[in-house]
Ligand binder design. Sequence first.
Ligand SMILES: [Zn+2]
Length: 126
Amino acid sequence: MHEFSLATGMIEAACEEARAVGASRISSITCRVGILRQIDPELMCTAFEMVAAGTPCEAAELKIVTMPVRLACPGCGHHFDAYGYEWGCPTCGADATCLEGGDELELISLDVEEHDETALAGGGVR
Ligand SMILES: [Zn+2]
């Protein structure tokens, strides 16, 4: 269940960012998660909702962009995405390729509402 700690970290970072720009609410958060993190997106969204309750992220929509494993071949310099466990170089057939990505976890964008919500209460008829 490491989704909870990841969601917590994500929300803390998002709230900090929102505070820095003077936003009162965050409407959506986009993050990039490498496939090697083995995140369950559904579980991540559930964790996010639970952790976000009572924070400026409360109503935010979480968008997760899953990143594939990216490899580089030191032999021929070819860069490619790997799927499954086929990590060999498709160009020259070398087995010893270097991991370049696929284990990231980053906040890539944030949509915020910059105005304070003014309560429209009162002034009712009768
Ligand atoms: Zn190669």
